[in-house]
Design a protein around this ligand. Structure first.
Ligand code: G4P
Length: 528
């Protein structure tokens, strides 16, 4: 095995997905604490960020640039490198989450023990399934009263149509979390609280006799429940997990650091390593081929001291060395990487080398777009472009100060390029008032705020009465022109989009105009 293949094999790259408040940030902190990447919980995500209102979000973006958008964290555990790619907590920025999922090999779905499956979990889970990303489920907050564990397993099976294969099982009902039974190794692990959950929780491995004596009836109950799981053959199997048919389940309390070592162990033992990515031709790019990477995220203003733009790319093959010159596949221009960084919470660390699975941040990346490929000079490889997700909110935006129209136009172009919103244009509406399309309305607030802050362009926004966009794939969209309740637009990538007030209108048009083919965009809930 080559050195690069060996490095790839010890990488695990994952994203944590959850409904807001299920405990994603707390769990990320706990993982960092356990791998001793940070000495005390609370370093990567300030507590202030937890209960953010819209204005807090904006202020935080201004101040730190990391709350709305994703960052990556690299952890070392048992000679493995674990890349945690953070996803924004708020549902309105779920398109960023979707893009992050295109750069990872596995997702950790965090459920709140009291709430079980929530709307955003369902949506994100569906995206994982469509993107063939295997999912590990963590039932979090087991220290608080919640659902019955068997009931939760039923929910996974009934509502997500995925078979849960618990790897750990809680001793004590939700609210009285004392220990877990490790079903793979047939041992009980008892947890000990530490003050405020600020340091690693103590863990002791107990034999059955010790567990029975120490933990009593809750342990007997947990053993009986494990027997039920055995009777239903709910055991982890690598092939069904990788095929998305089963999900390994772990029980945890991120706030108390309970169940975190088990999650780290499962990540290295069960989650797939960085492996060959398919290029535009559908050929797998071996991890030890020359350098190639895929841009999945652009972020402006990460550092308020030096206004800049960072492109986040996942290394797909080869070794990346800081300072090397790589080629931007779209323009075939060289791209200098002197300022490449790996991200650690709010502070930047300079990345010297990176391997397949690692995330690199490239500063001053003004030519790069989401979905772009970077490669060693002379290589031919390119990866498929990023999918655009189905917007559900639409608004026209106008410059209210005609003397700053040029800046307004430049700002809109820039935000479009970064993927902050999709920008739609039509002859009827003209260049003065493009239409912005977003997955969540808070994206519009980010646009208005950034136009003002970065381009000094004051704007007014007017919501439009549409909720569904479909791509018109027929050569001739003209039968739709002038049809009431439908408006046609050209997106900046050249695609023709038709906007509709609701899915019923889409169905009626499909019936009346069978000659026009309307294709749902990715993650379009109206098409499910
Ligand atoms: P998110 O990133 O998924 O949005 O969730 P986050 O980690 O911010 O957690 C949301 C709330 O849930 C926080 O409480 C957090 O402390 C709490 N929490 C997270 N994990 C656990 C857990 O394992 N057990 C318990 N009991 N609570 C947990 P908050 O009141 O919003 O904030 P804070 O004042 O505690 O910081």
């Amino acid at each position: 095995m080559s050195d690069i293949a060996r490095e790839a094999a010890r990488r695990r790259t994952f994203a944590i997905i959850s409904h807001p408040d299920a405990g994603k940030s707390t769990l990320t902190e706990a993982l960092a604490l356990h791998t001793r990447s940070i000495s005390e919980a609370g370093v990567t995500h300030g507590k202030a960020g937890r209960k953010a209102t819209v204005s807090d979000w904006m202020d935080m973006e201004k101040a730190r640039g990391i709350s709305i958008s994703s960052t990556a964290l690299q952890l070392e555990h048992r000679d493995h490198m674990i890349n945690v790619v953070d996803t924004p907590g708020h549902a309105d920025f779920s398109e960023d989450t979707y893009r992050v999922l295109s750069a990872v090999d596995v997702a950790v779905m965090v459920l709140d023990a009291a709430k079980g499956l929530e709307p955003q979990t369902l949506k994100l889970f569906d995206v994982c399934r469509r993107s063939n990303i295997p999912v590990i489920t963590v039932v979090n907050k087991w220290d608080r009263p919640g659902l019955e564990p068997l009931e939760l397993m039923d929910h996974l099976q009934q509502r997500l149509n995925i078979i849960p294969t618990p790897l750990t099982w809680p001793v004590g009902p939700a609210g009285q979390f004392q220990a877990v039974i490790d079903r793979r190794h047939d041992v009980t692990i008892a947890f000990e609280r530490t003050a405020g959950g600020a340091t690693r929780a103590g863990e002791r491995e107990l034999s059955d006799d010790e567990a029975r004596a120490e933990l009593g009836e809750p342990w007997e109950t947990a053993i009986e429940e494990c027997e039920l799981l055995d009777a239903d053959s709910l055991h982890h199997a690598p092939d069904t997990f990788l095929a998305g048919l089963t999900t390994p389940v772990l029980f945890a309390a991120g706030l108390l650091n309970f169940g975190i070592t088990q999650l780290l162990d499962v990540l290295i033992e069960v989650a797939p390593p960085a492996s060959a990515r398919l290029d535009t031709e559908g050929n797998p790019r071996p991890v030890d081929a020359p350098f190639s990477a895929y841009v999945f995220k652009l972020q402006a203003g990460m550092d308020t001291a030096h206004r800049d733009r960072v492109a986040f790319a996942r290394v797909c093959s080869g070794m990346f060395e800081r300072g090397s010159v790589v080629e931007h596949a779209a323009t075939k221009r060289p791209f200098a990487t002197k300022y490449a960084q790996s991200m650690f919470g709010r502070d930047r660390e300079t990345a010297e080398v990176a391997y397949p699975g690692d995330i690199i941040g490239l500063v001053n990346a003004s030519d790069l777009r989401i979905g772009d490929t970077l490669r060693a000079p002379g290589e031919k490889v390119a990866f498929p472009p990023a999918e655009k997700f189905a917007p559900e909110h639409f608004a026209t935006v106008r410059s209210t100060d005609t003397s700053r129209f040029k800046q307004f136009r430049r700002g809109i172009e820039q935000l479009d390029l970064e993927g902050v919103v999709q920008v739609l244009r039509s002859d009827a509406r003209g260049e003065q008032s493009p239409v912005l399309a977003a997955v969540g309305p808070m994206q519009f607030e980010v646009v208005v705020d950034r136009l003002l802050r970065e381009f000094r362009a004051t704007t007014s926004l007017e919501m439009l009465p549409y909720s569904v966009a479909r791509r018109v794939v027929s050569d001739d969209p003209s039968p739709l022109a002038g049809v009431s309740g439908v408006e046609l637009f050209t997106r900046s990538d050249g695609a023709t989009l038709a906007l509709f007030p609701d899915k019923w209108r889409v169905r009626a048009i499909e019936r009346n105009h069978p000659d026009v083919i309307l294709e749902p965009l990715a993650a379009d809930t109206s098409a499910w």
